[in-house]
Ligand binder design. Structure first.
Ligand code: MRU
Length: 361
């Protein structure tokens, strides 16, 4: 999957509209930060790392339209744009992580001595460069995760994945799908079971599409088939992505992930999470503190826009659930494969960030 989910072109943010995949490959042309915010909220772009990347380009776009003449007024306008973007999807911590990183970059540039008029052009270029860095770095991180995670996938294995944690959800390559891709490169002998992932079908539409393109063999199943396939010994391991990892190893990911983890536990199947450190939120003690995004019930009442329930039906639509750390065999990160107890392994890895030279392979 070599498509970039978000691109910058001539002062415009181009966003691959994933709602139209796999049928149509089309980029939205976004001219304002509000349009970028809508693209994130309405899931033209989705997947935690990709949301962070989109927000980084969005705030770089916002910065260009700020008309302030003093650093303080500039920062006030920047903060307003930042808050608007941060509110779009509350669970994926990569969003706030990327925006905080963009703010730190802006503050560094503002702190330089000199005339504010000159600083303005430095800000425009510096923020765009930082957004590009976040984007490219994410792809390198995913490739490192792929290398670490591939070791956990035996030759000939059948792997279950849920939702889409592929190139479409990241700066490229993917987290959980990246592990599958790296394992495929090593053995060329594995099979993937893809949960369709109701209500928005990220598995059926996006993961299936990516695996088709990579020519990795897969079978699409409905979410409620996973247990039976485990019972029939068709699945050797599961690997999923994450939207937020708490410091004790509890993981928020697409609704249905918890059920997969419980099923794996029952059947004695390893359950792995692949996530970069930009998804780890060391400020949270446990998953109970992770905010869960509640989406429009119409996404459940209808399938691909076609209403399937009675006109007076009500629905719930939490977009994510939290898998408790006890159900997780390992967390695959760009800093290595972390094992329980996660409170310790995450703290150790968090204290050892990668140097740039280690990432630019
Ligand atoms: O609602 P979505 O499609 O943004 O949810 C995506 C997921 O849950 C992914 O598994 C997660 O963001 C990790 S993507 C590398």
């Amino acid at each position: 999957m070599s498509l970039k989910v978000v691109r910058w072109h001539d002062g415009v943010v181009q966003m691959l509209d994933q709602r139209r995949l796999p049928g149509t490959v089309e980029y939205l042309e976004l001219q304002t930060v509000e349009e970028v915010g809508e693209g994130i909220a309405h899931m033209a772009v989705r997947g935690a790392p990709a949301i962070g990347i989109a927000a980084a380009y969005g705030i770089a776009l916002a910065a260009r339209s700020i008309t302030a003449t003093t650093p303080d007024d500039w920062m006030e306008a920047f903060q307003k744009a930042k808050q608007g973007l941060a509110a779009t999807r509350p669970t994926a911590v990569n969003l706030v992580w990327a925006l905080d990183r963009m703010e730190a970059c802006a503050r560094r540039l503002l702190d330089r001595d000199g005339d504010f008029a000159n600083t303005r052009s430095l800000l425009d270029e510096g923020l765009l460069a930082e957004a590009r860095e976040i984007d490219e770095e994410d792809e390198w991180m995913c490739r490192r995760m792929g290398d670490f995670g591939a070791v956990l996938v035996p030759d000939g294995a059948s792997v279950l994945t849920h939702c889409n944690a592929g190139g479409l959800a990241t700066g490229g390559y993917g987290t959980a799908v990246g592990v599958i891709r790296s394992a495929w490169t090593r053995h060329s002998n594995l099979h993937v079971y893809v949960d369709e992932t109701r209500p928005l079908l990220q598995g059926a539409r996006l993961t299936a599409w990516e695996l088709s393109q990579e020519k990795i063999p897969y079978t699409l199943i409905t979410d409620n088939m996973a247990g039976w396939f485990m019972r029939c010994k068709k699945i050797d391991l599961a690997v999923v992505g994450a939207d937020r990892v708490a410091s004790n190893g509890d993981v928020a990911n697409k609704i249905g992930t918890y059920s997969v983890a419980v099923l794996c536990h029952h059947h004695g199947i390893p359950f792995y999470v692949a996530a970069p450190f930009s998804t780890v939120d060391m400020s949270l003690r446990s998953g109970e503190q992770i905010p869960i995004e509640q989406r429009n019930p119409n996404e459940v009442l209808a399938v691909q826009g076609n209403r399937v329930s009675p006109h007076d039906a009500r629905a719930a639509n939490p977009a994510f659930d939290v898998t408790p750390h006890e159900l997780i065999s390992a967390i695959i990160t760009e800093r290595g494969v972390l094992r329980p107890p996660f409170t310790e392994s995450l703290a150790t890895a968090a204290a050892h960030p990668l140097e740039r030279s280690e990432t630019a392979r």
